[in-house]
Design a protein around this ligand. Structure first.
Ligand SMILES: [Zn+2]
Ligand SMILES: [Zn+2]
Length: 306
């Protein structure tokens, strides 16, 4: 009988194994011990998440994985960065998840409250969330041993970035090397033996000109393990001047300021949709190797030439 033909015997034999589904590559990037996912296309959508810290930066698109994040940090109010804020809050509520904590630039807090008032009236539901206004330079503890500090960025509307710190307690230098029994005794007698150390883990700029790199108040931003920063334009299709007119950064500016970036990794986001994935890769390949080896690109949502 021809291969694949029907026969009475075929009905008693074992069913064929189910067709193997092609495994999709895992989205996102693994950088310096963190898994980072997201989509960021200039003028269309930006949302970057770090699941290990349960946080999302900006919510220009309500990606399914963003809804699972408990903490949201908004850099500025352009629609491609905040457009899905009400939906994010509503979806967490509908799924019986805890109300999220939403950090916003202090100057936007009243407008965000009004935005939710309008949505409550239209949707006739509660939109439960905690709003935390933060000014540039202000800090706030959140989550499990984390702290955030807002930093100044330079865009065409009020904006700020965020540095996320991990807080760790460390034995004070003067007690290092003491035997355990001695330490226990001192601790029991009420001596304060530890210092709290904050290490900058991740910094997120949102939209900004490269000027934030030169701001002396932003030293920790340049020391964070991972710097997530915009690089809207990457080649000579657009000039530095054109980037600055729009409040954005050109990759060539980042390259010329690279010696100021002490970060272990720099994740570039917010490319213009005029670029293909190949053009983004080519631009990064042109970077000096000493710098390029630390640079990653979020290319989710970009078309390939082919
Ligand atoms: Zn943008
Ligand atoms: Zn913007």
């Amino acid at each position: 009988m021809a291969k694949g033909g029907k026969s009475a015997a075929a009905s008693t034999s074992a069913p064929p194994p189910p067709a193997q589904k092609k495994k999709k590559p895992k989205p996102g990037l693994d950088i310096e011990g963190y898994h980072v996912e997201g989509v960021s296309v200039a003028g269309q959508e930006t949302c970057v998440i770090v699941p290990a810290l349960k946080l999302a930066f900006d919510i220009g698109r309500c990606l399914p994985f963003a809804v699972s994040q408990e903490f949201l940090f908004l850099s500025h109010a352009h629609a491609d960065h905040v457009g899905c804020l009400p939906l994010y809050v509503a979806m967490r509520s509908r799924r019986n998840m805890s109300p999220p904590t939403v950090f916003v630039p202090a100057s936007l807090a009243d407008l965000v409250r009004k935005l939710f008032d309008v949505h409550r009236a239209m949707d006739q539901s509660e939109f439960p969330h905690k709003l935390v206004p933060l000014d540039v330079g202000e800090e706030c503890e959140f989550g499990n041993g984390l702290r955030v500090k807002a930093f100044r960025t330079y865009h065409v509307v009020p904006s700020q970035g965020y540095v996320i710190y991990k807080m760790k307690t460390k034995l004070k230098q003067e007690y290092v090397g003491l035997p355990g029994s001695e330490i226990k005794k001192l601790r029991e007698s009420g001596v304060e033996m530890t210092d709290t150390v904050a290490t900058p883990e991740i910094a997120f700029t949102g939209d900004t000109m490269s000027d934030f790199i030169l701001d002396p108040d932003n030293a920790d931003v340049l020391k964070a393990k991972i710097l997530v920063m915009e690089s809207t334009y990457v080649d000579d299709k657009m000039t530095i001047e054109q980037a600055r007119e729009k409040g954005h950064t050109h990759l060539s500016e980042i390259t010329s300021l690279a010696d100021k970036l002490e970060n272990k990794a720099i994740l570039l986001i917010h490319f213009s949709n005029r670029y293909t994935t190949e053009e983004i890769d080519e631009a990064i390949d042109r970077l000096p190797p000493s710098f390029g080896s630390r640079v990653y690109a979020l290319k989710e949502g970009f078309d390939s030439k082919t």
